[in-house]
Structures are given as structure tokens and as C-alpha cells.
Design a protein around this ligand. Structure first.
Ligand SMILES: Nc1ncnc2c1ncn2[C@@H]1O[C@H](COP(=O)(O)OP(=O)(O)OP(=O)(O)O)[C@@H](O)[C@H]1O
Length: 320
């Protein structure tokens, strides 16, 4: 039988540099336990993972293992959509890894290698935001100066949003400035004053398991959640509901499942893409159905994979 040809693309700097140790071990297990043909390549900086993924697709690798945080995974998928017949597997090594966590991808090396061997594959949708693809989420809002002062190390709008959800007891007076947006879905245009928007492919965003509770990675739809402008008491109670995953019927939440839409604003509103800064509004978002084959654990093995501590703190108190 022909050997599986596997490329591991890893970010040596993500996840406290642990991948420098774990990736060679993973390679060793795949080669020696499962008789696979494996090589690995570390990324050297921004967008390098995309370049390697494009090249690996052209070179006919059967599987590309993306090892790193959500930023690295995002760069890898940007090199795979429309470029490759390779399958994707995610070895999660960052702070959040929403998509992999949602799919119960094991972090333990033997289990992960077994998952690659079992080769259980589904086709996942991806989102497209402007000319960039995202695997899990695009999001944004207009943060106030307070938000920047309180959490200066938090990288992105989504990161700060998740931070405030975690630190709910220290909820500052005002995090978001309401912004006027124009939302266009098909021929329907709505103008709204909003605080935040989230566009999700999976249910889990920012470490919270059920933010997009209706989302499925293979339904050909993106889940758009708009948090409309509301008074402060409502925002606080709303955030509690979000933590519990009980928010979608709240009067200030608009939850829609759509294939394509455009958001515009007169304000300068950032768009986070899979947790990294990805441009500004106006932007058109669309779903690319079944864009990438991805190896995930088969149902019957998941129970034993589940990490009881999947819910991560994005930022600790020492970050502020
Ligand atoms: N060798 C490198 N040195 C510095 N940055 C790199 C290198 N290789 C890749 N990068 C960049 O680092 C960014 C962040 O990487 P990644 O998301 O994998 O790690 P992380 O920040 O530790 O994870 P998380 O975002 O989950 O906290 C990526 O956008 C990528 O472009």
C-alpha cells in the first residue's frame, strides 16, 4: 500500500515554544508507529505558513498538519482553499484553538497520531472575509479607550471581548462605543446601532463553547450574531447569558444564518479574522461550502479524547 505523505507546518513560537519539542515527537510516532512518510517545516514569520501550504498542495501531500495557534491555522487554510487536494489536520497549540476544541481534536500526541491514522474526514465550510478565508470566526466592534487601557496586551477586538466576558465582575463602565452599521443581506438593507458583531463557522468563539449555538461547520451557512446597542444593565446581563450560551433569544441579539452579506460603517471598525487583525469595514462575508477536507476524531473515540479543561482563560489577571 502507498504510504501516506504528510507535511507538518508548525509555528515554533506559538504556545510557549512547546512545539519545538512536540512536533519532532509527533513526526517520530507517525513514521515509526504508523509507517507514514512525514516531514516538518517551521514557519519563519507572517504568511510563511500560507506559502508552505500552497507548496505542499502542489507537491501532493495527502495531509497537511497545521500545528500552532489560530493565527497559524488561519494562514495554512489560506494556502489550501482552491489550491490543494490535501486534507487538513489541526494540532492545537495556541491559547484558544476554538475550532480544534469544538471538534474535540486531541492534544495528546499518541491520540493525535491515532486520529491521523484513522483518517476520519469531513468537509468543512470556510468563511471568506474580503479576500481572506477564515476557519472559525470573523468579529469586530469599536472599542473605547477604556478597553485599550484596561487590557493593553490583548491583541485583537475579539480577544478583548472574550477577556471582558471572563472578567465579568470587573466589567468597566463602557467597553464598546455603539457604531452605526449598514447590513446588507441580498436586497435587504438594514441600518442598526450595534456594539459588536460575530460571524462564526463553529459554535465555539473566544473560548466560549456555545456563542454560535446553531452553527455547524458543514451546513453551508455562516452564523451572524449582532449585539445591538442597549443600556449598560442589559449589556451586563447579556454577557452573563453569553457565557451560559443562553443569549440568542435576548431582545438585543440578532442571530441569523446566512450565505453572504456585507457590513459597512462610517466609523473605522476593525475586522478580526480567526483572532488576528484582518482589515476594516466595509467588508463582504461569504461562506465557501465544503471548502476543505479535515481529519477529525471519529465519534466513537471522542469520549476518551475530551479534555475536561477545554475552557481556557484567554488572559490572566497579570495581563492587565
Ligand atoms: N517564526 C515566527 N516568528 C514570529 N511570528 C511568527 C513566526 N511564524 C509565524 N508567526 C506568526 O505568529 C502569529 C501568531 O501565531 P499563532 O496563532 O500560531 O500563535 P499564538 O499567538 O501563540 O497562538 P494564539 O493566537 O492561539 O495565542 C501568526 O499570525 C504567524 O504569522
Amino acid at each position: 500500500m502507498k504510504k501516506s505523505k504528510i507535511k507538518i507546518i508548525y509555528n515554533p513560537n506559538s504556545g510557549r515554544k512547546l512545539l519545538l519539542k512536540t512536533v519532532p515527537k509527533l513526526l517520530d510516532i507517525l513514521v515509526n508507529e504508523y509507517n507514514m512518510d512525514v516531514d516538518m517545516e517551521g514557519t519563519k514569520g507572517k504568511h510563511h505558513a500560507t506559502e508552505i501550504a500552497i507548496k505542499s498542495g502542489q507537491q501532493g501531500y495527502h495531509v497537511i498538519i497545521a500545528a500552532g495557534g489560530d493565527g497559524t491555522i488561519n494562514e495554512v487554510i489560506n494556502g489550501m482553499v482552491n489550491n490543494s487536494d490535501s486534507k487538513l489536520a489541526i494540532y492545537p497549540a495556541g491559547t484558544v484553538n476554538d475550532f480544534a476544541t469544538h471538534l474535540n481534536v486531541p492534544r495528546q500526541l499518541m491520540r493525535f497520531a491515532e486520529m491521523i491514522h484513522l483518517n476520519h474526514t469531513v468537509y468543512t465550510d470556510v468563511g471568506k472575509a474580503g479576500d481572506r478565508y477564515f476557519l472559525n470566526v470573523a468579529a469586530g466592534g469599536l472599542l473605547t479607550d477604556v478597553a485599550y487601557r484596561v487590557s493593553s496586551d490583548a491583541k485583537t477586538v475579539l480577544g478583548k471581548f472574550a477577556y471582558y466576558l471572563e472578567g465579568i465582575r470587573e466589567f468597566p463602565k463602557q467597553i464598546f462605543k455603539p457604531i452605526r452599521v449598514k447590513l446588507q443581506i441580498g436586497n435587504v438593507i438594514e441600518e442598526k446601532e450595534i456594539l459588536f458583531y460575530i460571524i462564526a463557522n463553529s459554535k465555539q468563539v473566544g473560548g466560549f463553547k456555545n456563542i454560535a449555538s446553531e452553527a455547524k461547520i458543514d451546513d453551508g451557512l455562516l452564523d451572524l450574531i449582532v449585539i445591538e446597542n442597549t443600556n449598560l444593565i442589559d449589556v451586563a446581563s447579556l454577557f452573563f447569558l453569553i457565557i451560559k450560551g443562553n443569549h440568542i433569544n435576548h431582545p438585543s441579539i440578532k442571530y441569523m444564518q446566512v450565505k453572504e452579506f456585507t457590513i459597512e460603517s462610517d466609523s473605522e471598525v476593525a475586522v478580526d479574522i480567526d483572532g488576528e487583525m484582518g482589515g476594516r469595514l466595509p467588508m463582504t462575508f461569504k461562506v465557501i461550502k465544503s471548502a476543505i477536507p479535515i481529519i477529525i476524531p471519529p465519534k466513537e473515540t471522542i469520549e476518551s479524547y475530551i479534555d475536561k479543561n477545554q475552557h481556557h482563560l484567554l488572559f490572566t489577571k497579570s495581563d492587565i
